[in-house]
Ligand binder design. Sequence first.
Ligand code: PA5
Length: 446
Amino acid sequence: TTLKFDTSKLAQFVGEQELAMMQPMVTVADEMLRKGTGAGSAYTDWLHLPTEYDKDEFARIQAAAKKIQSDSKVLVVIGIGGSYLGARAAIDFLNEYFNNYLPDEQRDFPQVLFAGNSIAPAYLNSLIKVIGDRDFSVNVISKSGTTTEPAIAFRVFKQMLEEKYGVEGARERIYATTDAKRGALKTLADTEGYEEFVVPDGVGGRFSVLTAVGLLPIATAGGDIEQLMAGAAAGEAEYADADLAKNPAYQYAAYRNILYRKGYTTELLINYDPTLVQFGEWWKQLQGESEGKDGKGIFPATGNFSTDLHSFGQYIQDGRRNLFETLFRVTEPVTDVVIPEMDADDGLGYLQGEKMSYVNRTASEGTLLAHVDGGVPNMIVELDKQNEFALGQAIYFFEVAVAIAGYLNGINPFDQPGVEAYKRNMFGLLGKPGYEELTAELKARL
Ligand code: PA5
């Protein structure tokens, strides 16, 4: 199978009977999810997205990606949170790490660059510099259509496009992915006549990578989105059984719950490859925004190894024992390097002629055993290949697992009420109409 879930190194932390004891609760969580009786059930359409997506829109996405590939050297993807993390993760996962640094003539597809995920002016100016005088298009993505960060960035790029190509020309280069009916971006896109793609009602931002939100940027960057959906569909079929013994995604959810109750309150998703770092960022949002509420939840973090073994590796090995790790890795390396022979002695003689992938994998095994010995429970999610199909299956695995985990922990995994607090304060301090009272109150506190 494409995805293997390995819990063999959990033995000293969790007894077999403990997993079995979770079955009745998992059965209930499964019913809540699949019969729609759980909290937030209006946002569970991602569950059947891999098999029930809008085929006409899918074809329009493929056509738009082709058009962008033919008329642009750069696609600027404007979005924040669930409106960009999935696309970014997938594009890094599927491409060479330094792909974006290659000159245009050495790249088969447009550069995809991200904007509107911060409010840092220097970032935006630097991005504009990188585009230079090259042809570009913009995909502005916002489900609500009212998020401040992407809205600011979009104003800037809309103006740039209109100055460069004229209002008509700009219209041809702006793609808006937003709600089917509501929101400022929807109204703007209708008025201006942009090509529009839909974030379906029943799919929340962090579960939207397999909609136009993720698919248009991924396809533009050369990703095979049919294979991505096929992999997710394999996940949909494979992770549907309420029987824990037969469902690795449910096992992952149940083990996380068991560990959480034992005091392991922080989970690190571990990778050994920079092309997997952004997958960790997507995962952090999926976990953190789904589970962290009502004073509960596992704190999601990442470890980018072996890099971070030389930074906070000490803490993992030896610090407070509230951590567990999930190693996310791929069996087959995309490419390899043979460690060169050398006459001079640098202490590496015993490795010459070996593949770097072998050393990297061995590092992961040595680390895993050391961390287990140090009291850090470890699970492994392993993909056979670093391709679209495997990625689709992995996305679905983590999505369905977090839904079950949320219900096991007695929370609504599909809302995000906590995201509003900072927005309210920001609006208050910026003097947004309607927030006058808050403005005075917050200014007095600063
Ligand atoms: O998952 C979520 O709901 C959030 O992270 C949103 O995706 C994020 O806040 C961006 O929202 P929007 O797409 O409405 O601009």
